[in-house]
Design a protein around this ligand. Structure first.
Ligand code: HEM
Length: 167
């Protein structure tokens, strides 16, 4: 059961981090030459589909992550023990979970606020909205990049969790 949980955890991590890398390295450059309304429709369809898949993957990561931590001796009572946070494993796991919470909140802002607002403006394409559209798109892409960088940091912490910090 433990190996299956780590297997599911790693596949979910591939989907979550891999999906973000695919959007940034493949989708965004590929849609660069498209017209605004076309790009708006494409981003909205891709964003909606990845949102669904991404949150299922994040849910799987949290559930298997809790199970994995349990298999490594971290019970709920351990979290109340100050000595746990003195240990390297405790510090790495706490930092990792804190980054997961931050990534989840940033994704919510991107997916529920900035993303839909940008797509709505893209579909209107009135000259009056040009500046606003550029501002929204800039914020949405900055947030997406920040979420991706933090997700990569989570994977680094995951490796450190299993093999120790490299310093
Ligand atoms: C975006 C979210 C997450 C990502 C991308 C992620 C990624 C990973 C990866 C790639 C590994 C395997 C590391 C290796 O074997 O070298 C791993 C292991 C682990 N993760 Fe996560 N994780 C996430 C969330 C969580 C959460 C929320 C928890 C705890 C509640 C957690 C707890 C663990 C534990 C305990 C292990 C060690 C598994 C083992 O015993 O080998 N992870 N994680």
């Amino acid at each position: 059961m433990y190996q299956l949980s780590v297997f599911i955890h790693i596949i979910a991590a591939c989907v979550w981090v891999g999906g973000q890398l695919f959007m940034a390295l493949v989708v965004v450059p590929a849609l660069r030459g498209w017209t605004d309304p076309e790009r708006g429709r494409a981003f909205s369809a891709l964003g909606r589909q990845f949102r669904l898949v991404g949150y299922v993957a994040l849910g799987a990561l949290v559930l298997t992550g809790i199970y994995n931590a349990g298999q490594r001796g971290v019970a709920w009572s351990t979290l109340a023990n100050a000595r746990f946070y003195d240990s390297e494993f405790g510090q790495v796991l706490t930092t990792k979970v804190a980054l997961v919470v931050l990534v989840f909140l940033l994704s919510l802002v991107h997916d529920l606020k900035l993303g839909p607002a940008s797509v709505k403006l893209l579909n209107q394409s009135e000259p009056a909205n040009e500046a606003l559209l550029r501002a929204y798109r800039k914020r949405a892409s900055m947030l997406a990049r920040l979420t991706m960088m933090l997700s990569l940091a989570i994977v680094f912490l995951a490796v450190a969790l299993v093999r120790g910090l490299p310093w």
